[in-house]
Design a protein around this ligand. Structure first.
Ligand code: NAP
Length: 242
C-alpha cells in the first residue's frame, strides 16, 4: 500500500522540495503550512492537476492543539500515517546577549517543541501497526554549533538528542527515528546573505556549492525506503563540516 507522509513546513524551501519529490514518487503527502496559504493552495492545485495525492493543511506546529488536528486530518484523508518529516523551522540570528526570552521561547517552540508534539501525536498510530519512520531536520549548527545562532543551535542539538533517544525507545516497535543535518541550503532562510557571503562560504565547502532543497529531499526518500537505519544523524553539507 502507498505510504502516507506528513511534511511540516512543506510550503517553502526544503519542505517544499521534499513534498515535490515524494509526491512525484507516488506517496500520499500531507503538506503542512502555517503562513504561506497562497503558496500551499497553488501547490495543491498543481499536484491535483498532475493526479498526485497531495493534501494541504494549515497548522502552527508550535501549538499542541494544532498538531493534533494535523494528525487527525492525515488519518481522516489517507487512513493512516507511515512517516512524519519534522521540517518546519525558523532561525534567530542574534548576538547571544541580545536574545530575549520571547526569541528563545519562539525558536524553542517552533523548532523543538513542535517535534516533541508531532512525535507524541503520531506515534500511537505507528505503534498500533508496529511500523513507522520519523525524520527530523536538524542542522550542522546542531552538530557543530554556530555563532550568532545559539538559540537556533540549541534547538537543532536538542533534535539530535531527541532523535537518538527516541530511536532506542521505539526500535522494538519497528519505528525508525533519524535526523538529517543540512549544511547551507538555498532557501529563504538564507536570503539575508549577500552574494559575497555565499561565495566565501562556497570556498569552505569541498563540493564548492551550497545545497539545494532536492539534496535534502533525496536523503529523506532514501531514509523512507531504507529498513535498517535508526538513530542516525546524516550530515548533508557538501563536506563543509568534516
Ligand atoms: P524556509 O525556507 O524559511 O521555510 C520554512 C518553512 O517552515 C516554511 O514552509 C514555513 O511555513 C514553515 N514553518 C515555520 N514556522 C512554522 C510553524 N510554526 N508551523 C508550521 N510551519 C512552519 O526554511 P528552510 O531553509 O526550508 O528550512 C527548513 C528546515 O531546514 C528548518 O527546520 C531549518 O532549520 C532547517 N535547515 C535549513 C538550512 C538552510 O540552510 N536553509 C540548514 C540547516 C537546517 P509557512 O511559510 O507556511 O509559515
Amino acid at each position: 500500500m502507498r505510504k502516507t507522509i506528513i511534511v511540516t513546513g512543506g510550503s517553502r524551501g526544503i519542505g517544499a522540495a521534499i513534498v515535490r519529490l515524494l509526491a512525484n514518487e507516488g506517496y500520499n503527502v500531507v503538506l503542512n503550512y502555517n503562513k504561506s496559504e497562497e503558496i500551499a493552495e497553488k501547490a495543491k492545485e498543481e499536484y491535483t492537476n498532475k493526479g498526485y495525492n497531495v493534501e494541504i493543511f494549515r497548522a502552527d506546529v508550535s501549538k499542541r492543539e494544532e498538531v493534533k488536528k494535523l494528525i487527525e486530518f492525515a488519518i481522516d484523508k489517507f487512513g493512516t500515517i507511515d512517516v512524519i518529516v519534522n521540517n518546519a523551522g525558523i532561525d534567530n540570528e542574534k548576538l547571544f546577549q541580545n536574545i530575549t526570552d520571547e526569541d528563545w521561547n519562539n525558536v524553542i517552540n517552533t523548532n523543538l517543541y513542535s517535534v516533541f508534539c508531532m512525535c507524541q501525536e503520531a506515534i500511537p498510530t505507528m505503534i498500533n501497526k508496529q511500523s513507522g519512520s520519523i525524520i527530523n531536520i536538524s542542522s550542522i549548527y546542531g552538530t557543530n554549533g554556530g555563532s550568532f545562532a545559539v538559540a537556533y543551535s540549541a534547538t537543532k542539538a536538542g533534535i539530535i538528542g531527541l532523535t537518538k533517544s527516541l530511536a532506542k525507545e521505539l526500535g522494538p516497535s519497528n519505528i525508525r527515528v533519524n535526523a538529517i543535518a543540512p549544511g547551507i541550503i538555498d532557501t529563504d532562510m538564507n536570503k539575508g546573505y549577500s552574494k559575497e557571503d555565499i561565495d566565501n562560504i562556497k570556498e569552505e565547502i569541498p563540493l564548492n556549492r551550497i545545497g539545494e532543497g532536492i539534496d535534502i529531499a533525496k536523503c529523506v526518500k532514501w531514509i523512507i525506503e531504507d529498513e535498517y537505519t535508526t538513530g542516525q544523524v546524516i550530515k548533508i553539507d557538501g563536506g563543509w563540516y568534516l
